[in-house]
Design a protein around this ligand. Structure first.
Ligand code: ZN
Length: 133
């Protein structure tokens, strides 16, 4: 597996409506995409910081993964996403190294990316996403 860069940093927020003005007005970043990802029960908003993106995640369902995360830990950094050349191959490789997977196979995430998550119990507490265009 070859990681080329950090693709994005996922940040859980209670409300995009409240969070976007902070990123735009205070930090001077531009929100270029807002998208709902129904199967993950989230609404996302994207900003570019150089090559890296920030993905804000608002839960659309308290029982969804972001809803539960905020309930337990509050708002904040949720996951780190690395760009790889192929998600399925990368998942197979990390699993062979004893890492527990959340996704055995790549699935579609926001922005049409192929994504797969590694389990934080195997990644020193950092929920890790591998993604590829
Ligand atoms: Zn992500």
């Amino acid at each position: 597996m070859k990681i080329s860069h950090i693709e994005h940093i996922g940040i859980a927020v209670k409300s995009l409506e409240e969070a976007i003005p902070y990123y735009e007005k205070v930090l001077g970043l531009k929100c270029y995409n807002v998208e709902e990802v129904a199967d993950q029960k989230v609404k996302t908003a994207f900003f570019k910081v150089g090559e890296v993106k920030i993905e804000l995640l608002e839960s659309t369902d308290p029982e969804g993964p972001i809803g539960k995360f905020i309930e337990k830990k509050g708002q904040g950094i949720h996951h780190l996403a690395f760009a790889v050349d192929g998600v399925d191959e990368a998942l197979t490789e990390v699993e062979a190294n004893g890492v527990a997977l959340i996704d055995k196979k790549a699935r579609k995430g926001a922005e049409g990316l192929n994504i797969g998550f590694l389990h934080p119990k195997s990644t020193l507490g950092v929920l890790t996403e591998l993604c590829c265009e």
